[in-house]
Design a protein around this ligand. Sequence first.
Ligand SMILES: Cc1ncc(C[n+]2csc(CCOP(=O)(O)OP(=O)(O)O)c2C)c(N)n1
Ligand SMILES: [Mg+2]
Length: 328
Amino acid sequence: MNRQAGPDRKTLVEMYRKMTLIKQNDERFRSVIKSGKLVLPYYSPRGQEVIPSAVSVHLTNEDYVCTIYRGMHDMLAKGVPTKLLWAEFAGKATGTCKGKGGPMHITHPESGVMVTTGIVGSSMPIANGLALAAQVRGESRVSVAYFGDGASNIGAFHEALNLAAVWKLPVIFVCQNNQYAEHTKYEVGTAAARIADRAVAYSMPGVRVDGNDPVAMWSAARDAVARARAGEGPTLIEAMTFRFHGHVFGDADGYMEPTEKAAAMERDPVPAFRTWLIEREHATEPELAAIEAQVESEINEALEFAMSSPYPDVAELKRDVYAQELTA
Ligand SMILES: Cc1ncc(C[n+]2csc(CCOP(=O)(O)OP(=O)(O)O)c2C)c(N)n1
Ligand SMILES: [Mg+2]
């Protein structure tokens, strides 16, 4: 494999499309919540667009993703249809889980998104289980576990990394280090300067990468996915990024320094990548503008679909709880 080669033009443009979808979708989502049309908990992934966009171009629908409450970007990048996501977030019967999962429990096996969890640290052992199943069945699928910097201080992180290394599971642990865990700044809760260094303790490669640099992120993901597919075991990627908004929608973010936030927004990775693509002649301005317009109409359709769909029927209450349907 030529480890020097970067992403080709088609891949770069696809990464931009995913990033644009995540950014525009987040902006619309926040404005719809503000308008009062939707009432739900929402954890904005704005600022973290690059990470799943650069990872997902190495994956197929057969590959698994386990994500967290702040995972709308991971789901969109993996290919969950935008309108099914909107419908599920809105609690409608047409959503990915028939409106019974809601914003924090999105599952869409057709695109490989197997679990969304609100239990901090739980995406990693679940990804291990899926990877073990693939290994036992002799499939070439890989599993990606997305989680935050705070989650790397939970016992499940250490247990999962150890077991994945022992069993050489095809897993990629992607820590999205946005430098805050809820309201706690990274250094207040984490003694280690770098989460990537913890990989040494579990005998696996650990790489820290600028998670806002699409090409660097793409390269790190390529190597980790290649290792996993080749049966060489797991990799820990620490992707450095920054959360543009508070922990949850409505959070006053008084604990965040306004200057660091303003500086991060100034370096917004999406317009920066747009400029880079045009300057390097990987894409033309009209080509990218057409992508942005297409994404906008996709979001319009998703909103319309979610708002006009019905809520689940009361008869659905006991369905899908156990493998065997409850009768009483
Ligand atoms: C086991 C568990 N402990 C605590 C919480 C409360 N909680 C929700 S989000 C969060 C912070 C997690 O931060 P991080 O892992 O950095 O992810 P981010 O929200 O920054 O994406 C905490 C402590 C929880 N949901 N689950
Ligand atoms: Mg965090």
